[in-house]
Design a binder for this molecule. Structure first.
Ligand SMILES: *[C@@H]1O[C@H](CO)[C@@H](O)[C@H](O)[C@H]1NC(C)=O
Length: 949
């Protein structure tokens, strides 16, 4: 590149000299020719200048979309690349399944203004310091990748930067003070990382965050930030609208200077260790709508929020304020939808006026010293409130005609004869699911396809939006979603993306106290988005804010479940259709999951339904008749299984029974019905449904639907016809597996598990990997099943979770067993045991002998097949050449290493098994040109049908 530049300079000088030396028209002609030539040289140089770093990126990331042809990224319309004057100005490659690192050569793209690599979980490593060379960068978005290490100081050199999002990576170390140099920064999001240390503010020598006078967003939540919030951080010059610091380790008091930031609309300081009293200056924040100060150690008087007329959502729970009567502002704030003051030492009677506010949706005053009469007469009959006053001293109730949900357990009023009243039942869950049924009942989509709100069949792009805050709490109220839906469609269309419609559904409170909302984006004029189309959708979603903020919703983060990792768009989304005619949304709401557990102490857990949050019916007749994860009525499932007949019983376990069923569409399903005594709590069950419905991979059993009715907990899965791996190894199923078939199966299982560990967001640990949980479908594709014990890593925030040891003997990771610390490596151990089972067809513990020991004892690495002929399953094809078996055994033994650190990650396991499969397939095929692709297509057909060249 450098040499080309010199040669160009050389030519230019020659040209200039030539024109000076020569005279007359001929010289002029030669001159113009040379100018023309040098013009081409410039153009070519431009191309080469951009191609070299682009080529490095392409090689590193293993990416080459179909539109990337030729050697000039600026010619021919490379998808995701924009240029100005033959220089790359924008790279947008969201959700392109990129893997690898960010090479330091990125710094060569010195004209770059916008870089969006969001939602590429395979991108990891450090951010190179050379990023500081991109001095024209305005927009940098690395949301949802796997970058780690320090955020480089050089980021402070990006003087033009207006948008910086590093959310949801694994950055550690301090927040670089140099960020304070980014005087044009408007959006700063470093949330969901592992950042430590205090919030940097400026002094004479170093810059700090207090200098970010243009910043509108400080999103720092869910890190390990510590120290006090410096009072210098805030000033009247600032224009912040969102200050989001929750889930850190911040200490000290809330600085009174926060009251100077008059523009503030939302403040989240919850779940830190803040102490001292709430400064009265917060009363100056006249625009604030969402205020979260819960779960700190705040003291002093309950804050007086009288003047904050715009407040809609207030959460002050779990602080140690002075004992106080119920503040008057409860009744005067007319925009209030949600009031949470659990465990805050409130006393006295609840003023009647509190409930006369028609905007009110949720009042949680649990665990206080509220007494006397609870008067709900003023609730208007059209309003359905959730009122949780458990653990107080309420003695009387005047409920009037209210059809609100009331919780009064552990109050004097619930002693004696009242105990059986609905409102006295201890409830565990108040999650509610909004299901938006379809008006497309007559549309028959092919399996896997989903009907769009406009009744066309397609494969939508799906994901979950996680809203950092919202202004409401009644998730079942449709009015909140219509505007959001419109804003999403408008936004996609404003980017000229071929989006037909968007459907929303399944709002739930996630484990991080944020609203999670499932979305499906439907393509227009095609049945699925291609990779670049999907990437463009992901880029737009990755912005986290919509150009026009819809009412009720704050910024969001996103979890995209579609991805491109499975190739093509055939992944099944949850099927919830929204009935949209034009922009009019016709909604029927169904609420499930409002369940109450009668008395925790009772041995026989009795499940009963409590009053739904909203009075709208949840009858299955109004549920969507669509394919995908849906709500079934008990009656329907009875019909599909012949009344859960013996004949349809296909298996049983500790949890209950599994029945085969046939849906009216003809689809076979496996219906897993929990026994009464093995039922999970309502929240656990809904969590499992949530989890399952988010996970979509060819090698994972997918969820078709569920039923939560009449005291039942039923999950409906796709039917996998060929039983489990154990059946095949034991000969029970009659399927004989040769070496190559076994490799293919274990490779599938490994890929499914690697997806759970490395691509699911949050990562999932299976916890019960065993040969009975690896199912085989009609062409023997492995499908990992039974997430009943799965543990989502979101529950913890660290890389391990401490849990009661669960799993199956023989497969249990000894380190997990001893420390109770569950990590992904525990699954790797169990997987290693399955690998040994696969080649020996022995149970992990057989006749008192442990499979790992058996193999270790028999093994002699100096001999052919490691001398394992004795212990190998004869049906594997002994006598034929078992190519790669030794590598396979080495891999299995590394998986069952005592120490978790020594075991490989599932991603690495996948790579090795891929190699072995390739080896074995080459050996197996008579074709000299056999490739791995041939293998995956052909190896499952009976040998007579195999295609031969
Ligand atoms: C709360 O503040 C308002 C004005 O901001 C004032 O009128 C009222 O007396 C205060 N209440 C208490 C209990 O201090």
């Amino acid at each position: 590149m450098f040499s080309i530049r010199i040669s160009f300079l050389h030519k230019f000088l020659c040209t200039t000299m030539a024109s000076q030396v020569m005279g007359g028209t001929r010289a002029a002609h030669v001159f113009s020719m040379l100018v023309l030539i040098s013009f081409f040289v410039i153009a070519a140089e431009g191309a080469i200048e951009e191609y070299a770093p682009m080529k490095i990126l392409m090689d590193e990331w293993d990416i080459r979309p179909p539109s990337w042809v030729g050697s000039d990224p600026c010619v021919g319309g490379w998808a995701g690349i924009e240029c100005t004057d033959s220089r790359i100005t924008s790279i947008a490659l969201a959700d392109m399944a990129l893997t690898g690192q960010l090479p330091s050569d990125i710094g060569l793209l010195s004209e770059l203004e916008s870089l969006n690599l969001s939602f590429n979980k395979g991108l990891k490593g450090l951010i190179p310091a050379s990023i500081g060379k991109l001095t024209k960068l305005v927009y940098l978005n690395l949301v949802g990748c796997s970058f780690f290490g320090r955020i480089p100081d050089t980021i402070g050199s990006l003087q033009q930067l207006s948008y910086l999002s590093l959310k949801n990576n694994s950055f550690d170390g301090l927040i670089p003070p140099s960020i304070g140099n980014l005087s044009n920064l408007s959006f700063l999001d470093i949330s969901d990382n592992k950042l430590v240390g205090s919030l940097p503010v400026s002094n004479r020598t170093t810059p700090g965050l207090d200098k970010l006078y243009k910043a509108r967003h400080f999103h720092f939540q869910n890190n390990q930030l510590s120290g006090t919030i410096p009072s210098q951080l805030f000033s009247s010059q600032m224009v912040l609208i969102h200050v989001i610091f929750d889930r850190n380790n911040l200490t000290g008091s809330i600085p009174s200077t926060l009251g100077l930031v008059q523009t503030l609309q939302a403040l989240r300081l919850d779940r830190n260790s803040l102490s001292g009293s709430v400064p009265s200056s917060l009363n100056n924040l006249s625009k604030i709508a969402e205020l979260h100060l819960s779960n700190n150690q705040l003291t002093g008087p309950v804050p007086n929020l009288t003047s904050l007329n715009g407040l809609s959502y207030v959460d002050l729970s779990n602080n140690t304020f002075d004992v106080s009567d119920i503040p008057t502002w409860f009744s005067t704030l007319q925009n209030l939808t949600t009031l949470m003051m659990e465990n805050t030492r409130l006393q006295g009677e609840v003023p009647q006026a509190l409930f006369s506010n028609d905007n009110l949706e949720t009042v949680v005053l649990r665990n206080n010293k509220i007494n006397g009469l609870l008067d709900l007469e003023t609730i208007s009959s059209s309003n359905h409130l959730l009122i949780d006053m458990e653990k107080n001293f309420i003695t009387d109730l005047s409920a009037g005609g209210s059809n609100s949900t009331l919780k009064l357990a552990d109050n004097p009023i619930c002693e004696g004869t009242n105990m059986t009243n609905n409102y006295c039942i201890v409830s565990l869950s108040n999650s509610s699911n909004l299901i938006l049924p379809s008006n497309c009942a007559s549309v028959a989509c092919s399996p896997d396809q989903v009907s769009s709100p406009n009744c066309t069949c397609a494969y939508p792009y799906t994901g979950t939006l996680v809203f950092i805050f919202v202004s409401f709490s009644n998730l079942g109220n449709s009015r909140y979603y219509t505007t959001l839906q419109d804003s999403l469609v408008t936004t996609f269309q404003s980017y000229n993306l071929p989006v037909e419609s968007v459907s929303l559904g399944y709002p739930t409170w996630g484990s991080s106290y944020q609203l999670e909302l499932f979305i499906q984006v439907f393509p227009s004029g095609q049945d699925r988005f291609n990779q670049t189309g999907a990437s463009a959708i992901a880029s737009v979603i990755s912005n986290q804010t919509l150009p026009q903020r819809p009412p009720f919703f704050g910024p969001y983060s996103a979890v995209l479940t579609y991805g491109n990792s499975g190739g093509g768009g055939s992944k099944k989304g949850l099927t919830i259709g929204a009935a949209v005619g034009g922009s009019v949304l016709l909604l029927l709401l169904a609420l499930v999951g409002v369940y109450a557990l009668q008395q925790k102490r009772r041995a026989d857990k009795q499940w009963s339904r409590s009053i739904p949050l909203s009075g709208i019916s949840n009858s299955s007749a109004s549920a969507p008749r669509l394919k995908g994860a849906r709500l079934f009525s008990f009656e329907e499932l009875q019909k599909y299984t012949n009344g859960f007949s013996e004949a349809n019983d296909v298996g049983a376990g500790g949890y209950g029974k599994v029945y085969r069923g046939i849906l009216p569409t003809g689809q076979m399903v496996a219906i897993k019905r929990a026994k009464r005594d093995s039922m999970q709590g309502g929240p656990e069950f809904t969590a499992e449904v949530e989890l399952l419905s988010r996970v979509h991979h060819k090698n994972l059993v997918s969820l078709v639907g569920f039923c939560l009715e009449q005291g039942e907990q039923i999950l409906v899965y796709e039917y996998v016809p060929n039983g489990d791996l154990l059946d095949s190894l034991s000969g029970k199923s009659g399927i004989r597996l040769d070496w190559l078939k076994r490799l293919k199966i274990i490779l599938g299982a490994a890929r499914g598990l690697a997806y759970l560990h490395e691509l699911a967001n949050p990562p999932i640990i299976h916890r019960d990997i065993k040969s009975n949980n690896i199912l085989l479908d009609k062409d023997l594709t492995a499908k990992v099943a039974d997430f009943g014990l799965s543990k989502s890593m979101a529950d913890s925030g660290t890389d391990h979770v401490t849990t009661q040891v669960k799993g199956t003997m023989g497969y249990l990771d000894p380190e997990y067993y001893m420390t109770q610390q569950l990590t992904e490596k525990s699954d790797v151990y169990s997987f290693g045991v399955v690998m040994l089972e696969l080649i020996t067809a022995r149970r992990p513990i057989e006749q008192g002998k442990y499979i790992v020991r058996v193999v270790q004892m028999a093994m002699d690495k100096t001999k052919d097949l490691y001398n394992l002929q004795e212990v190998l399953d004869p049906y594997i094809g002994l006598g034929t050449e078992l190519k790669g078996l030794e590598i396979f055994v080495d891999l299995a033994m590394s998986c069952v290493e005592e120490s978790q650190d020594k075991r490989p990650r599932m991603g690495e396991v996948v790579k090795v098994i891929e190699k072995i499969t390739q080896l074995a397939a080459l050996n197996n095929s008579t074709s000299s040109s056999a490739s791995y692709e041939d293998v995956s297509r052909d190896d499952l057909l009976p040998s007579a049908q195999r295609s031969r060249p």
